[in-house]
Structures are given as C-alpha cells and as structure tokens.
Design a protein around this ligand. Structure first.
Ligand code: HEC
Length: 120
C-alpha cells in the first residue's frame, strides 16, 4: 500500500514537472511587458485603456492560444474561417509573438487573479 502511494506520488510529481517545463510563467510575464501588451490591456491584463478591449487575466490558456494564433493567421492573409481573426490592432501585435511567447504568455495570463471564471 505504502509502495503504491509512493509510486502514485512519483507520477504526480513527474506530471507537474512536465507541465512546468512546457510553459514558463515568468517568461510569459516578461514577454507581455517586452511586447507592450500592457499599453492596451493594462499591466494586470484586466484594466484596459478601453472597455471594449477584452479582459485577458484569468482566461483559459487554451482559449488565449487559439485567439493569438487566429490573429496571426488573419494577419498572414489566411482565408476567412473560424480559426482566423482579422483585427488590424491585434493582428499587428500578434505577429510579434513567437510560438514560445504564445505558450508562455497564455499560461501567465491564465494564472492571474480576475473575475473571469467558470461558475460551477
Ligand atoms: C494597441 C492596443 C493593443 C495592444 C498593444 C495589444 N492588444 Fe490584444 N487586443 C486589442 C483589441 C482591440 C482586441 C480585441 C480585438 C478583436 O475584436 O478581435 C484585443 C484582443 C486580444 C486577445 C483576444 C482575447 C479574447 O478574449 O478573445 C488576446 C488574447 C490579446 N489581445 C492578447 C494580446 C497580447 C498578448 C498582446 C501583446 C503581444 C496584445 N494583446 C497587445 C488591443 C491590443
């Protein structure tokens, strides 16, 4: 029994380590600052300069990744589809993000406190 618990704990640690390696929260915050995302979305990613600009803090990382890649596709001139977003403002900023930036920024944004949440 003890051995089983230890084996399970080891698996959990291994999985946690894997997730941490996949996305770097501090690198995400640094990229958000370096690319001046805060100039529109706010330093806390929820106090934007215009109420029509979406709140990013607390949003699901997978949703954010899809959104950012969709702006990149739109900027690249991809034909309209549900995976393409054409927005001249965000398109110009989305193309400055590397694939790693997108993963790290999304994970950092998801980790931030905000009122965005799934009501259970
Ligand atoms: C000049 C202002 C401006 C800057 C700078 C800016 N954004 Fe945006 N962002 C917007 C606007 C406006 C929208 C909404 C566009 C739309 O209607 O599709 C948006 C939308 C988004 C969305 C989609 C959110 C959702 O809920 O669908 C994400 C993600 C995002 N921005 C991330 C970023 C990141 C990361 C950066 C920095 C690389 C950044 N933005 C820089 C103005 C800006």
């Amino acid at each position: 029994m003890k051995r089983t618990i230890l084996a399970l704990a080891g698996t959990v640690f291994a999985m946690a380590g894997h997730v941490a390696a996949a996305a770097d929260l501090q690198a995400g915050r640094a990229a958000y600052e370096r690319l001046n995302c805060a100039s529109c979305h706010g330093a806390d990613a929820k106090t934007s300069i215009d109420p029509s600009y979406p709140v990013l803090a607390g949003q699901y990382a997978d949703y954010l990744r899809v959104a950012m890649r969709s702006y990149q596709r739109g900027q690249a001139g991809a034909p309209a589809s549900s995976n393409v977003r054409t927005n001249p403002i965000m398109g110009a900023f989305a193309v400055q993000m590397s694939p790693e930036d997108i993963i790290n920024i999304s994970a950092w944004l998801e980790s931030l406190p905000s009122d965005l949440k799934t009501v259970k």
